[in-house]
Ligand binder design. Structure first.
Ligand SMILES: NC(=O)C1=CN([C@@H]2O[C@H](COP(=O)(O)OP(=O)(O)OC[C@H]3O[C@@H](n4cnc5c(N)ncnc54)[C@H](O)[C@@H]3O)[C@@H](O)[C@H]2O)C=CC1
Ligand SMILES: O=C(O)/C=C/C=C(\O)C(=O)O
Length: 484
């Protein structure tokens, strides 16, 4: 039995500054993945609700928001961050009820970082400039920045509030209006965020939200009057959005799936390696796009690595998200649990050996709990080595040479991130530059600075988020040439 101070909420759309149900009254149930209890209902939006939200956003673009002085807009954006922190306890509890992740993690990552996204872009927007060139005594060229317009923000369930704010904050900072589409699996914190935006002084219609399934996201992606879509989620969904957005040539920013490698050379500090690999494998139940799910270890360090990694993994406590000692909570939904468990069956069929886990966690009558799982003995063609599982499941493979491991590392359609471990600076420089990934961490993992380019290459994404990259995506530039 979970004891929370916060009561779960029913989720309705937020359109033109007001919470509203769907016109046809359609709604679905929101389920707690740790207990399988129904948390509440969620309004299911269709084309009609998307259309109303887009109309409200278009109208708001031409109103007070479009003409607001920079400093005032920046203060409102900063205030959203303040209000998130004021309601931190409530938001963290709602996030853990919705996702099944440990409460300490919701606090530390999801809520603190959500507030920080607003602080970062509130500052950034007051310093960002554009280009200017003098062409001899002929002309001066300078660029002016304007918002893209109405942007659709479509998000997944793994870091619900954090990922929504990572898009909403720069979108607002650049002067856009937005329609948010949270994941149908985790709708609660985005619902509260809409209220927070209003309380912070965001004018009605600037921030809207429509709940629903893939069809709702599809209606937003194909809408005639939406100028850009920023999406985080599965690669195949990115393809569907691209097709839907093609007829209206929307700007697109995609942060998609990954099958990220950890590459561990024998000269790395093994204490650091083990501590970080535990996090990169199992934090957030392995449900972070940056998790390192393919681990390659130089053969001379392989046995010691496996022994120490397995020992630490067995110490992880799987359980109630609201127990402060829990390391690994519940997977986000029954559907996702079935997907992850199906990969454990696939690993067995492919001849893999489970060094830890390999099965649902014991001792739970209800909820979607899986033991942290280390698989060895799989070749580079195995599905568990190639496909995104997005759960607490990693494969470990030994290697002998740099050339051999580089080939395996790059032998994937994905290209999101990598974590490289070596004490040889020359090798670190040489090797990191050859990994086909948008982000390479050397002797660390998930060390973030919001100014840096964040995103993937190959089928892991299009474009980059962060600092200037986000700002450029959410802006249009007009170049003006003054003839002298
Ligand atoms: N960041 C990442 O890399 C993430 C990857 N995943 C992967 O995706 C798998 C499925 O998870 P889902 O949440 O179902 O991901 P998804 O990509 O299907 O859903 C993400 C968001 O897109 C919306 N959506 C779905 N179909 C759409 C369409 N045709 N047009 C527009 N929007 C659409 C969903 O309603 C949700 O809001 C997971 O098992 C995992 O492997 C999931 C979450 C995050
Ligand atoms: O921006 C970050 O630090 C983390 C982003 C994580 C994702 O995009 C994800 O897991 O989908």
């Amino acid at each position: 039995m979970q004891t929370t101070k916060t009561k779960a909420i029913d989720c309705t759309h937020f359109i033109d500054g007001a919470y509203v149900q769907s016109n046809n009254g359609k709604a679905f149930e929101n389920v707690n993945p740790a207990t399988e209890e129904v948390l509440g209902t969620v309004a299911e939006g269709g084309k009609e609700e998307v259309d109303k939200a887009v109309c409200a956003a278009r109208k708001a673009l031409k109103g007070e928001w479009g003409n607001m002085p920079l400093k005032k807009r920046s203060n409102i954006i900063r205030k959203i961050g303040d209000l998130i922190l004021e309601r931190k306890e409530e938001l963290a509890e709602l996030e853990s009820l919705d996702t099944g992740k440990p409460l300490w993690l919701s606090n530390k990552v999801d809520i603190d970082r959500a507030a920080n996204n607003f602080y970062f872009f509130a500052d950034y927007m007051t310093t960002v400039g554009t280009e200017a060139y003098q062409q001899d005594d002929i002309a001066i060229h300078y660029a002016v920045r304007r918002p893209v317009g109405v942007v659709g923000l479509i998000n997944p369930w793994n870091l619900p509030l954090f990922l929504m704010t990572w898009k909403l904050a720069p979108a607002l900072a650049a002067g856009n209006t937005a329609v948010m589409k949270p994941s149908e699996v985790t709708p609660m914190t985005a619902t509260v965020l809409a209220e927070i935006c209003k309380e912070a002084g965001v004018p009605d219609g600037v921030v809207n939200m429509v709940h629903g399934f893939g069809e709702t996201g599809a209606a937003l992606s194909s809408h005639e009057d939406v100028d850009a879509i920023a999406f985080t989620g599965e690669t195949v969904t990115g393809t569907a959005i691209m097709k839907a957005a093609a007829p209206t040539l929307k700007k697109l920013s995609f942060e998609l799936g990954g099958k990220n490698p950890n590459i561990i050379f024998a000269d790395a500090d093994l204490d650091d390696v083990i501590e970080t690999t535990i996090k990169s494998s199992f934090i957030n139940q392995g449900e972070v796009c940056l998790c390192g799910s393919r681990i390659y270890v130089e053969r001379s360090a392989y046995d010691e690595f496996l022994e120490r990694f397995a020992e630490k993994t067995k110490e992880l406590k799987v359980g109630d998200p609201f127990d402060p000692n829990t390391n690994v909570g519940a997977l986000v939904s029954e559907e996702h649990y079935n997907k992850v468990v199906s990969y454990l069956d696939i690993a067995k069929e492919e001849g893999g050996t489970f060094l830890t886990g390999g099965k649902p966690a014991e001792g739970f009558d209800k909820g979607f709990f899986v033991e942290p799982t280390i698989i060895t003995g799989l070749g580079s063609d195995a599905r568990c080595v190639r496909e995104e599982i997005f759960g607490p499941v990693v494969t470990v493979v030994p290697f002998d040479t740099e050339e051999e491991v580089l080939e395996q590392v790059n032998d994937t359609h994905y290209g999101l991130s990598a974590s490289l471990w070596t004490s040889d600076i020359k090798r670190a420089t040489r090797f990191s530059g050859q990994i086909e990934a948008g982000m390479v961490w050397v002797n660390t993992w998930f060390l973030r600075d919001l100014r840096t380019p964040f995103g993937g290459m190959k089928r892991s994404g299009i474009g980059r988020e962060g600092g200037a990259h986000s700002f450029d995506f959410y802006s249009e530039l007009t170049n003006i040439t003054l003839k002298m």
